[in-house]
Write a protein that binds this ligand. Structure first.
Ligand SMILES: Cc1cc2nc3c(=O)[nH]c(=O)nc-3n(C[C@H](O)[C@H](O)[C@H](O)COP(=O)(O)O)c2cc1C
Length: 516
């Protein structure tokens, strides 16, 4: 409140200063200007105030100053009374306008007229002070405004351009530049300007510290090229892979497609990755600012002919990762990839799943494991899988869930689906079933298993919904592609507000609130 009082003082003194100059302007009097000897540059108010620069479009600058400070005054009062974001944004923008003009007029005085007018300089000092105080007291609103501006630029400029090109090409280009940024000092700048975190969103889950609840889901960063930059966008954790024992060059194209009307992506990657040997070496040499989920899947290879071979294949991947001791990480075991050549192995059958988990148990893993769940199973089948999962202590939670399979669903636009003969779907079509299953899992196993909600998170409301149904954390990919890279910090920022509005002190209090 002290700072707001100071702000009012500055604004009022600005009105007095500009008001005085306006009065003198219309009286055609040059005010006294007597500090010549103290300044290294001539102080000549007359030269400045009589110059052609003192009037713009027929309006004396002094009068424009009165207008600027008065507007600031009115908005500030409106903000203090109503506490509406719109007034905060307006204050920020108005103070930026003031600073830009003040900087320009100071340049005119010092650079062009080579003399200064103390009244105008005083006004510039006030403008800069107002700007700094507003930026200090409205730090969160300034962040919010910046993210909103980026969001608008992404929606109306960047995304239409990106969407003109092949999705896989755009994806690879982003990975290339993301990796590059992660190697430069620019990542610090991005972190400073983009990364919004809140102490209310911090959690310790399964022994891991998560600074934020929004993570990158498996499938965006197969080769771990973005691990040094994602933190700067506001991610609280990130997943690499899925990674398999044997490398795979990917299914034949198209591997990726866009369905904008359905707010979805067609995915047909089939675990395109470099294989565990290369990836484990690479990851072991890196440090991660936020926890890293290592997504592990079964090799997409014709040699995986039955469940026994599939289990050996997965076990080998775990063994190699254990050997390399990747820092600050946990495992995500993907039992639900729909795009594999091998259709003989069905880990949805509890007996097979049990066999797999028994083998993993023998490894005595040092890191917690989360299971990536399917969303296309009936409630009964899903609960049967959860029952098996809940019997193994090394499994700390489930990720709900993977891609949407039903091509005939009304959640997908028919014309868009027709374009793709292959693949399954991410984004909004996943959301409904993902939420139903989060609700079910939390009700039945919320005391045993931690839930990561995934599927169709496009904004803070979507994330909040999953949290209130029982998810401790959320993951996304498609939301970032449709909404822009700022969406992660936007979710963090707005989640903080939603928690406050909901009367929750922190995220833990909200988890499962609607589902108890
Ligand atoms: C391009 C792409 C590739 C994916 N690859 C994987 C994968 O390798 N492993 C996995 O567990 N999930 C994979 N997924 C599924 C996502 O992790 C996530 O479960 C799904 O996209 C729903 O989240 P979203 O709606 O936020 O995209 C992939 C998704 C996309 C969009």
């Amino acid at each position: 409140m002290k700072k707001f009082f100071l702000l009012i003082l500055f604004i009022v003194s600005g009105i007095i200063d500009a008001g005085y100059l306006t009065y003198e302007h219309y009286q055609q009097v040059i005010p006294p200007c007597t500090v010549n000897r103290l300044l290294p540059i001539a102080s000549d108010c007359g030269r400045v105030l009589r110059s052609s620069y003192s009037v713009m479009f027929g309006i004396p600058l002094a009068l424009a100053g009165v207008f600027q400070y008065s507007v600031l005054f009115v908005i500030l009062i409106a903000y203090l009374v109503y506490r509406k974001k719109v007034f905060a944004f307006w204050l920020i923008i108005q103070s930026i306008i003031g600073v830009i003009f003040s900087a320009y007029f100071m340049y005119i005085q010092l650079g062009v007229l080579k003399s200064i007018c103390i009244y105008c300089t005083y006004s510039a000092i006030i403008s800069f002070s107002i700007f700094f105080i507003i930026n200090k007291v409205l730090r969160k609103e300034r962040f919010d405004l910046r993210l909103k501006v980026i969001s608008i630029i992404y929606q109306y400029v960047a995304k239409p351009i990106f969407f003109m090109f092949d999705p896989e090409f755009i994806h690879n280009t982003h990975i290339f530049f993301g990796e590059l940024l992660g190697k430069t000092f620019l990542k610090k700048y991005i972190n400073w300007k983009f990364n919004y975190q809140s102490s209310k969103l911090k959690q310790k889950v399964a022994g891991i510290n998560f600074i934020g609840p929004v993570g990158l889901a498996a499938g965006f960063d197969y080769e771990a090229k973005l691990t040094q930059i994602l933190y700067s966008l506001g991610f609280g954790f990130q997943t690499v892979g899925s990674i398999t024992n044997l490398p795979y060059e990917g299914n034949s194209k198209p591997r990726l497609g866009r369905l904008p009307k359905s707010q979805s992506l067609m995915v047909n990657k089939g675990f395109k990755n470099l294989g565990v040997e290369k990836m484990s070496k690479k990851l072991s040499q890196l440090n991660f600012q936020v926890p890293l989920g290592i997504s592990i899947g079964m090799s997409n290879n014709k040699s995986i002919k039955n469940t026994t071979i599939a289990i050996k294949d997965i076990i080998n991947t775990f063994k190699i990762f254990e050997k390399y001791k990747v820092k600050n990480s946990y495992y995500e075991l993907n039992i639900s990839c729909p795009n594999l050549i091998n259709t003989h192995t069905d880990f949805y059958k509890p007996v097979n799943l049990n066999q797999l988990f028994q083998s993993i148990k023998q490894l005595k893993l040092k890191k917690p494991v989360f299971i990536k769940m399917p969303i296309d199973k009936t409630d009964r089948n899903f609960l049967a899988i959860l029952k098996t999962i809940s019997q193994f202590i090394f499994i700390k939670g489930v990720i709900i869930g993977n891609l949407f399979k039903d091509r005939k669903s009304p959640l997908l636009n028919k014309q868009e689906v027709k374009k793709f003969k292959v693949g399954y779907f991410s984004g909004k079509p996943c959301e409904q079933r993902s939420n139903e299953l989060i609700k079910l899992a939390y009700k039945k196993y919320g005391n045993k298993l931690m839930i990561i909600g995934c599927g169709g998170v496009f904004n803070s409301q979507d994330a909040y919904k999953k949290i209130k149904l029982g998810a401790s954390l959320v993951q996304l990919i498609t939301g970032m592609i449709y909404q822009g890279p700022q969406v992660i910090s936007q979710i963090n920022l707005e989640l903080e507000e939603l928690l406050e509005k909901g009367g929750f002190k922190n995220i833990q209090e909200a988890i499962g609130y609607e589902n108890r």
